[in-house]
Design a protein around this ligand. Structure first.
Ligand code: ADP
Ligand code: ASP
Ligand code: MG
Length: 409
């Protein structure tokens, strides 16, 4: 008997009809002779709506209460889904993260899963039940509810699959798998049959929201095979597996496997900083102390013993960064601070880059040919990213996708 973890995202349980549809899918899988653990996200946009509600009360909510609020969305889904399965004549039990034995560290809003004790889950499974676990949450060392960061239900599913030694972790969503770029933005995007953990990790980290990045780290560490597929069709989706499983040759056949984008960035520039040792350490040390993640950094060549430093952070950190940087600019005697909210990051990702030279230059050429200015560049072994003006994003995506031959054949 196989143990299968099935995770359903928010759009899959957005209303009662969809919840009933999902219940039917779960029951069918159980009837196939499997033990089933289900993980669900909050219905539709409920998490966003809860955030909006809190913003109407205060701009600085206490993280403990924020987590308590955010965790309620998933509780709505697990209860309704359990009721749907029960009303179809099958045993089902809904468990919150804490009830399921998921324990986290003490970092609110982006807690890490520290351990899972699935005793209760196993005992309900042994009695023949379908067990439904709330995604995105666990219990922290203070016995408070903590959430796992946006998209965190993917992490719940993968971590449970690892701890319970499931045969496979299926991620059901509103698209048919992982595509060469967001299929909602580029109509010619192609579904990828298999992709390596490394590539998926870079894709997720550079904006492809179809899988949460941390869930892929865990999957890679424990060798959990993931199948990303559609809730609304029976078609095979995308398997996320190790490089060894795919085979080097097959992966290297392509220069680039996917193009991703991130509109959630904002660029800060400190203009005319004195060119003396310790400036970067002071700026980025101060931001790190506030828990602000800096993505890209660029420093201009020194001119008259002065230079500019620019960097990007996520839009969610805009206000906090602005406050700190204004203060630092005075302290460090920079001439001014410029904040640009209208930027976007576009990236090309692929293991093939390790063996094909010239991917970066080809990317720059494609952007240049389309009159798109590059503001910042960063690279990793299997990724090249450029920050560009937001207005050029859709064109950049379409042209890079075509230029690297990823369009539907
Ligand atoms: P869920 O609610 O099921 O967790 P998400 O909204 O988190 O779903 O992720 C699915 C969405 O990810 C898709 O609707 C799609 O628009 C977006 N997406 C972005 N990049 C990609 C990609 N490369 N492949 C597939 N989907 C992508
Ligand atoms: N509901 C949470 C979110 O919207 C977690 C998830 O969907 O994975 O981020
Ligand atoms: Mg998601």
């Amino acid at each position: 008997m196989a143990l299968i973890v099935m995770k359903f995202g928010g759009s899959s349980v957005a209303d009662s009809e969809k919840i009933k549809h999902v219940a039917g899918k779960i029951i069918a899988k159980k009837k196939g002779g499997n033990k089933i653990v289900v993980v669900v996200s909050a219905p539709g946009d409920m998490t966003d709506d809860l955030i909006t509600m809190s913003e109407k009360i205060t701009s600085e909510p206490n993280p403990r209460e924020m987590d308590l609020l955010l965790s309620t969305g998933e509780q709505v889904s697990i209860s309704l889904l359990a009721m749907a399965i029960q009303s179809m004549g099958h045993g089902a039990v809904a468990l919150t993260g804490p009830q399921a034995g998921i324990f986290t560290d003490s970092e609110h809003l982006k807690a890490r899963v520290e351990k899972i004790i699935p005793k209760k889950i196993f005992s309900f499974l042994d009695k023949g039940n379908i067990v439904i676990v709330a995604g995105f949450q666990g219990l922290n060392p203070n016995n408070d509810i903590a959430t796992l960061g946006r998209g965190g239900s993917d992490l719940t599913a993968v971590a449970l699959a690892a701890q319970m030694e499931a045969n496979i972790c299926e991620i059901y969503t509103d698209v048919e798998g992982v595509f060469t770029t967001d299929p909602r933005v580029v109509k010619d995007a192609t579904k990828i049959d298999t992709i390596s953990y490394e590539e998926m990790l870079e894709m997720a980290g550079s904006g492809a929201q179809v899988m949460q990045a941390r869930s892929i780290e865990v999957a890679k560490k424990y060798g959990i095979e993931i199948h990303v597929r559609s809730t609304f069709s029976e078609k095979e989706g995308t398997y996320i597996v190790s490089e060894e499983k795919i085979g080097r040759k097959k992966m290297e056949a392509l220069m680039v496997s996917a193009v991703t984008f991130d509109k959630n960035q904002v660029k800060f520039s400190l203009i005319d900083l004195p060119d003396i040792p310790g400036m970067a350490a002071k700026i980025f040390g101060s931001l790190a102390k506030l828990g602000i993640n800096v993505d890209m950094i660029i420093q201009s060549a020194a001119l008259d013993k002065k230079n500019d430093i620019s960097f990007t952070v996520s839009k969610a950190d805009l206000k906090r960064t602005q406050m700190k940087i204004d203060q630092l600019a005075k302290e460090l005697k920079a001439q001014s601070v410029v904040c640009d909210e209208h930027v976007a990051k576009v990236s090309v990702v692929g293991v093939g880059m390790k063996s094909h030279a010239g991917v970066a230059s080809k990317m720059f050429e494609i952007l240049a040919k389309n009159d798109i200015n590059i503001e910042m560049i960063s690279t990793s072994e299997i990724k090249v990213s450029c920050v560009i003006d937001e207005v050029d994003l859709n064109k950049a995506l379409a042209e890079l996708h075509k230029g690297f031959k990823l369009n539907k054949k």
